[in-house]
Ligand binder design. Structure first.
Ligand code: PLP
Length: 403
């Protein structure tokens, strides 16, 4: 067996199941799960219809590179969304469809890391768990960059020594972040692009929450947009990851794309051809329809805004919590250790949240997720509001004495 498999951590939801084992939540309260980041708004009808209309496409093997119409719709979407000139992203060389960003974020590390060179893969901490597993199975050592309140919930890149940058093969960044919702500004992105060029590493910019933002007039910047603004129209060292799962409420479609540096994508396409993860033609047609429509995405943002406002109004007096600029998670600081908070909240109120420490590792003597929990506001508004009331009662009961 691959010895690196033994380095993999149990997935957070396995840890959560263990935490809840044997507990008996009150039976008069229905269970509400705020733990899993799975969008639950309905998938727009026109996307499902496009899928059905192309089911006859199952008779063909799809090409790994995807159909040209899909790649063009993605290139057009990138240009519109990130204010790039038309054609600034070449659909033939700078775009590849992927079967969801999860598989892409994983397989990308297998392609770009040189395992023989004592490589490091840098990533935020807490982080989307795939980054770590991808690094380990690629034969690299993960290097964690703590994101704390003091650092604005983003990594402090200035504190990374040159000797670490020199060993970095791949840097994962996540903006807007899971779980914190923090958005990286353009200045920081510029600095990272300069570092990537100087130290010859690849930036994998996970932007899968980029379309869920609070301020309609202020969408989060993307890495390709910043590279283009610096005059790097070849996007050298930069690859972005986008998904239809959150943007279009289609996590079951398994569809997203990577875009950026043509040299890297050429090699990645070769890798993917062997890996065998082409999108079926019906999925490609449904995806194409989704990337061409923005109305459903605006509506989607509005639904999340309403949920954030309603839940925040209930929790603000009892919990240390802020509405994040983007994403669909609340990341409150808990009055007791996050794991304990999650356990007791489930036991007393039948509400499941995810302990922050399940998404983070000890690094530099601290675990930056320990005093937090993650709440995914994916359920319908009424359910989120009901959960917020129960969380409020729970926190108030703590003030009467920590259980
Ligand atoms: C930060 C982040 N990146 C990537 C993904 C993967 O999304 P998908 O594979 O559905 O595109 C997720 C899913 O929860 C995520 O939270």
């Amino acid at each position: 067996m691959n010895p690196n498999l033994s380095k993999l951590q149990p997935y957070p939801f396995e840890k959560l199941a263990r935490l809840k084992q044997g507990l008996q939540p009150p039976t008069d309260k229905t269970h509400i799960a705020l733990s899993i980041g799975e969008p639950q708004h309905p998938t727009p009808h026109f996307i499902t219809e496009a899928l059905i209309a192309h089911l006859h496409g199952l008779t063909n093997y799809p090409a790994t590179k995807g159909i040209p119409e899909l790649r063009s719709s993605i290139s057009d979407w990138l240009a519109n969304r990130f204010k790039l000139p038309a054609g600034a992203v070449d659909p033939d060389r700078q775009v590849l469809p992927v079967a969801g960003t999860r598989e892409a974020l994983f397989s990308f590390a297998q392609c770009v890391v040189d395992a023989g060179a004592k490589p490091l893969v840098l990533m935020p901490n807490p982080f989307y768990q795939i980054y770590e597993g991808a690094a380990l199975l690629a034969g690299a050592e993960p290097y964690f960059l703590n994101t704390t309140r003091e650092t604005g919930y983003l990594p402090d890149f200035d504190s990374v020594p040159e000797s670490i940058w020199a060993r970095c093969h791949l840097l994962y960044v996540c903006s807007p972040g899971n779980p914190t919702g923090a958005v990286m500004d353009e200045t920081t992105q510029r600095r990272l692009i300069e570092l990537a060029r100087r130290f010859d590493f690849v930036i994998a910019s996970d932007e899968c929450y980029s379309e869920l933002y609070a301020d309609e007039a202020n969408p989060p910047p993307g890495l390709l947009q910043t590279a283009h603004g610096m005059g790097h129209t070849d996007y050298k060292h930069c690859v972005v990851f986008h998904s239809l799962s959150k943007r279009s409420n289609a996590p079951g479609l398994r569809s997203g794309f990577v875009a950026g540096d043509a040299g890297i994508l050429q090699k990645y396409l070769l890798y993917r051809t062997y890996h065998g993860c082409a999108l079926s033609l019906p999925v490609q047609h449904a995806s194409l329809a989704a990337w061409r429509d923005e109305a459903h995405v605006r509506e989607n943002r509005e639904v999340y805004r309403k949920k954030f406002t309603a839940v925040y109004e209930i929790l603000r007096d009892v919990l240390d919590v802020e509405i994040p600029p983007a994403g669909f998670y609340l990341w409150p600081r808990t009055p007791i250790e996050g794991e304990f908070f999650a356990r007791e909240l489930f036991a007393q109120q039948n509400v499941t949240v995810l302990p922050g420490s399940y998404l983070s590792r000890n690094s530099g003597g601290v675990n930056p997720g320990c005093e937090y929990v993650r709440m995914a506001l994916v359920a319908p508004l009424e359910e989120c509001v009901e959960a917020a009331h129960r969380i409020k009662s729970f926190v108030q009961s703590l003030k009467g004495g920590i259980p």
